[in-house]
Design a binder for this molecule. Structure first.
Ligand SMILES: [Zn+2]
Ligand SMILES: [Zn+2]
Length: 464
């Protein structure tokens, strides 16, 4: 038992799992992968970076195809297959047989539509008798029947008219087209879409490997019934041979609709967002600004919990190049560098961050960031004079006057290249006077400025 349905998230015990990575045996819930269920791309494992299984869609049809073999044996469908076989065996040759073939084809396609539809909605049980008798589905039956008739009619005509040359090729072509055509009819509701080859190609491409397997399965199911009966031709009477053929073909037809429906269901996340494929039906795609940082944060937290610190740093660092101002991303990244004692990395990050916050004039975040990293950074101060000036000003404005003064006045006061000294001292003197009531200190600072300016006039070479 793989326990997928009942498994719980490794990090949220209360939540049932939505994603599973078999190699890592990692189960994650929707909280661990925020908004991932709405996204058309693969959900990757935070530990190994490989795509995760979506537990909501069950096991992929092409990994466990045998699990679907018993689907046509559900009572409703079995009764249908048996009835069709019996009538087929009893039907006399000639016109009556032709009528039977037409009626059987219509009935099969009708059942097929319901099998396809319920399968594409994720149902595992065969459609109920009441659903099969529901005449309201007639509207969607027409394009569905049209596509089936044209494609399977081609195969029949091929084997009838040119058995040895083109028939196998034609069958191959139909097997490649049929699943995509049926999906397109289901998505768009129009027969025209079933033969819009560009659209079909796009759809097949999106399903990738799964589509190739699906087409191969369809080819196998079209060819097998007649082929396995060939050795029996000589030993069985005609009516029995016909009955067996009908039995196997109906069983195979139901499986074709089943597999195609399941494939559509399992890839709806990928197909649902493509407006070219599904006009008017596409889901709302979340904004990258919204889901990218959230997903990265959650991934980095899991990676940190599992001791994959380098990976967590990479996850956050990569996302910061796309969303450099995301406050939570920055906070997590800084915390990671603090925890890992990455002093040099942290100082260069803070230099960049302060520059950005200064450009945005965001006092609150500037102070919040600074107060958080200050204990780790000790006496370190931003490299650029203008950033220090901004930082000191923001600190004083947000009620951290003493720290503001420290930042402003720790400047190399006599450094000849520091051109903002006068501004820094003026700002500091204002803080002293207004917020701290230290008029004497403020006056002393102003004197420094006046001296500097006079000094600059007398010896300009100091400032080169
Ligand atoms: Zn979780
Ligand atoms: Zn994994």
């Amino acid at each position: 038992m793989d326990g997928g349905e009942s498994a719980h998230c490794r990090y949220h015990n209360e939540e049932s799992a939505r994603w599973h990575c078999p190699p890592c045996d990692l189960y994650l819930c929707q909280l661990c992968k925020p908004k991932a269920a709405q996204l058309p791309m693969d959900v990757t494992c935070p530990l190994c970076d490989e795509p995760m299984r979506d537990l909501a869609i069950g096991e992929l049809f092409w990994i466990t195809p045998h699990k679907h073999l018993s689907y046509p044996l559900a009572p409703n469908l079995l009764i249908f297959i048996a009835t069709l076989t019996l009538i087929g065996m009893l039907a006399p040759a000639g016109l009556m047989l032709l009528v039977f073939v037409v009626v059987a084809f219509l009935a099969c396609t009708w059942i097929g539509l319901h099998v396809f539809r319920t399968s594409s909605q994720g149902q595992t049980n065969a459609p109920a008798a009441s659903a099969l008798a529901n005449i309201k589905t007639l509207g969607s039956f027409k394009p569905f029947l049209g596509a089936t008739m044209i494609l399977l009619g081609l195969v029949a005509a091929g084997w009838w008219l040119v058995p040895f040359l083109f028939a196998p090729l034609l069958t191959l072509l139909v097997a490649a087209l049929l699943p995509a055509s049926l999906m397109m009819v289901a998505i768009t509701g129009s027969l025209k879409a079933a033969f819009d080859f560009e659209g079909l190609y796009q759809l097949a491409q999106r399903l990738g490997m799964a589509y190739i397997v699906l087409a191969a399965l369809v080819l196998f199911l079209i060819l097998t019934p007649a082929t396995v009966l060939v050795p029996l031709t000589a030993v069985t009477p005609e009516w029995l041979h016909r009955g067996l053929l009908i039995l196997l073909q109906t069983y195979a037809a139901i499986l074709i609709f089943r597999f195609t429906g399941v494939a559509l269901f399992q890839h709806q996340r990928i197909l649902g967002h493509d407006t070219n494929l599904a006009p008017g039906q596409s889901m709302d795609l979340p904004e990258p600004d919204d889901y990218e940082p959230e997903l990265a944060l959650s991934t980095a937290i899991i990676q940190s919990k599992e001791g994959l610190v380098k990976e967590a740093r990479w996850t956050l660092g990569q996302m910061l190049t796309r969303h450099p101002n995301h406050p939570e991303l920055n906070k997590q990244f800084e915390q990671l560098l603090i925890d890992e004692n990455e002093y040099k990395e942290l100082t260069s990050h803070i230099n960049r961050r302060l520059k950005k916050l200064a450009a945005d004039r965001d006092q609150e975040k500037t102070v919040e960031t600074w107060m958080r990293v200050k204990p780790t950074l000790g006496k370190w101060l931003p490299a650029s004079g203008s950033d220090r000036h901004w930082l000191g000003y923001a600190l004083a404005e947000e009620g951290q006057e003493r720290e503001g003064l420290r930042v402003l006045l720790s400047l190399p006061k006599d450094h000849p290249k520091y051109q903002r000294l006068s501004e820094a001292c003026t700002t500091a003197s204002n803080i002293m006077e207004k917020s701290l009531g230290d008029n004497a200190g403020a006056e002393k600072l102003r004197e420094v400025v006046r001296k500097k300016i006079r000094g600059r006039h007398s010896t300009p070479s100091d400032f080169i």
